[in-house]
Design a protein around this ligand. Structure first.
Ligand code: HEC
Length: 163
């Protein structure tokens, strides 16, 4: 082989290697972007975003299906909700600003919905509130809270407990 030919061949090989490296980089980049998108979707699913009308609408549907029978279709709670039943069990409080839902942080409300009445210490009372962990997805729970909170006036939203 002549010197010139060998040089050309070497350069061709170098070019090919570079092309394969570019393809490799593009594939790795694509996979990373895909993982990022999937991860973001799973991570942001539980965000309680009141400004998202789709999420609030989904929350209204979840609320009417699962919660309204006890907490009232207008979020008004059971009649005389502050007095327990004769057997001592608690009634469902309103979720509008007249109740005490806003005395709790988002995280503690999510926990109440997931664990239901079973989370209460016996000295606080007996509650028929069902546990929704495994029944509703994190997104449905975020949606129902977005719906509930979308009924609160600005000053109640601001006053909501951080604990
Ligand atoms: C069978 C009746 C019943 C159903 C159905 C029900 N709840 Fe309740 N819920 C209660 C009762 C009773 C309480 C009060 C005692 C307690 O905190 O467990 C309560 C309390 C709560 C609290 C705590 C409020 C506070 O201020 O401490 C939240 C939040 C809540 N419910 C949300 C929901 C949501 C959201 C749904 C629907 C996914 C739902 N509940 C369905 C009966 C019910």
């Amino acid at each position: 082989m002549k010197r010139g030919q060998k040089q050309k061949q070497l350069e061709r090989q170098k070019k090919q290697r570079q092309q394969w490296m570019m393809i490799g980089l593009v594939v790795v980049g694509g996979v990373l972007i895909l993982i990022g998108v999937l991860w973001r979707q799973s991570g942001s699913a539980a965000e309680i975003d009141l400004s998202d009308p789709q999420l609030v609408a989904m929350g209204e549907e979840v609320y009417n299906t699962y919660c309204a029978a006890c907490h009232g279709f207008e979020l008004e709670g059971q009649p005389n909700w502050q007095e327990p039943y004769a057997d001592g069990s608690l009634k469902a409080p309103p979720h509008d600003e007249t109740g005490h839902t806003w005395h709790h942080s988002d995280a503690s409300l999510v926990e109440s919905i997931k664990l239901g009445g079973a989370r209460l210490e016996p000295n606080i009372g007996v509650s028929a509130m069902p546990a929704y962990d495994g029944v509703l997805t994190d997104q449905q729970i975020a949606a129902v809270l977005a719906y509930i909170k979308s009924s609160w006036p600005a000053e109640i939203l601001e006053a909501q407990s951080v604990r």
